[in-house]
Design a protein around this ligand. Structure first.
Ligand code: FAD
Ligand code: NAG
Length: 332
């Protein structure tokens, strides 16, 4: 069996790894135009927190979110934590939203009066412990693990699924927002996000805040602090906007005044693959010569990190199912 996973963001890398683990006899190739540090996943804050996905419309989100949370906590307690930046992290979120995932995160509670005094503009809020990864360390780590169990990496742009029909029995589509063209999916849209990474090692709590001017967030990862961020619906611009940088900086400094005067920083822009539901399913594509089996795994919105491990497991299950289907048709 020759299986090809297209895409080397967090979804493609984790899918490729779990598929190769689940099907050790299969020849799994990971094809991608771009690799870390040049994917959307490298831009991500790396924080576990469901965002721009709809659990009412798609109840499976809850399962994928929980599985990924448990996995990230295990990683944070393992000897690989230093290499992946996996860490437990506590902090504040304002205003209070009473989120559906409060039984997944640890120690969810309302902020106290004393804590609210730290953020004079907030009327209410919540405190909890979640988990985070350093994506720019984690993505290369996944790639190394995939190689170590026999996976192959190929740098190449795919222009149509037909290109892969002769070479592969099963194709797995993990192209993020770029799946729009390949799969002709108009329900998939970019939600542009810009953020900065700064050196501020004294910051130890996350702060998330929705306010009339937009949203501000401060996420202290293992190696730097992420300051965000924006949400521009249907905007394909991947260039840094310097005005936006200043808005992000002043918004975050207003929340956490000790960020005043931070000097070193880098700018990041990425396109969240927003879709009414995550597309995680098996499709049979009819081609002139044969039926092509495609497992889709894209459209994770602002939750690619939050859902990746659970979704990769489901993708591996669908691939195993597709292998069975292939064997059955071949025998007929
Ligand atoms: C500013 C910002 C902050 C974020 N913060 C968080 C966060 O804290 N937590 C969280 O859970 N999520 C966060 N997200 C969302 C998260 O980054 C995305 O959901 C996630 O990166 C999607 O991953 P992906 O692997 O599907 O796509 P991508 O990372 O975009 O990877 C797609 C891959 O497919 C390849 N590809 C595409 N088309 C082709 C083609 N035709 N041929 C070959 N290769 C192709 C690309 O080169 C790339 O390697 C954030 C996003 C942004 C923009
Ligand atoms: C990332 O992009 C830069 C600039 O285009 C390029 O020089 C570099 O080789 C790329 N890195 C990888 C790993 O593809």
């Amino acid at each position: 069996m020759k299986i090809c996973v297209v895409g080397a963001g967090i979804v493609g890398l984790s899918s490729a790894l779990r598929i190769q683990e689940a099907c050790p006899k299969a020849d799994v190739n990971l094809i991608s135009e771009k690799f870390s540090p040049n994917t959307t996943s490298d831009v991500s804050g790396g924080f576990w927190g469901p965002h721009l996905v709809d659990v009412e419309k798609q109840p499976a989100i809850r399962t994928w979110a929980r599985e990924t949370f448990d996995y990230m906590v295990t990683l944070a307690r393992s000897s690989d934590a230093g290499q992946t930046g996996a860490q437990l992290i506590s902090g504040y979120s304002m205003p209070k939203e009473d989120p559906w995932f409060k039984d997944i995160i640890f120690g969810y509670r309302d902020m106290t009066e004393e804590e609210l005094r730290l953020f004079p503009e907030a009327k209410n809020g919540e405190f909890f412990t979640s988990v985070m990864l350093d994506v720019r360390s984690y993505l290369p780590w996944l790639l190394t693990r995939f190689r170590a169990i026999g996976g192959t990496i190929i740098k190449r742009k795919v222009n149509s699924w037909m290109e892969l029909a002769d070479e592969y029995d099963i194709v797995v589509n993990c192209c993020g927002v770029y799946a729009r063209d390949l799969s002709n999916d108009e329900s998939l849209q970019p939600v542009r996000g810009q953020l900065l990474r700064v050196h501020a090692p004294w910051i130890k709590h996350f702060v998330l805040c929705e306010h009339p001017q937009g949203s501000s967030y401060i996420l202290p990862s293992a190696f730097d602090v992420v300051l965000g961020g924006t949400h521009e619906q249907n905007d394909w611009n991947e260039n840094v906007d310097e005005e936006v940088r200043e808005t992000i900086r002043s918004g975050c400094t207003k929340l956490v005044p000790s960020l005043q005067g931070i000097k070193s920083f880098s700018d990041w822009v990425g396109l969240r693959p927003f879709r009414p539901t995550v597309r995680l399913e098996l499709e049979t594509l009819k081609t002139p010569r044969k039926n092509m089996l495609i497992v889709h795994n894209y459209g994770h919105g602002g939750s690619g990190v939050t859902l990746h491990w659970g979704c990769a497991k489901e993708a591996a299950r669908l691939v195993a199912k597709a292998i069975q289907a292939q064997i059955t048709t071949t025998n007929l």
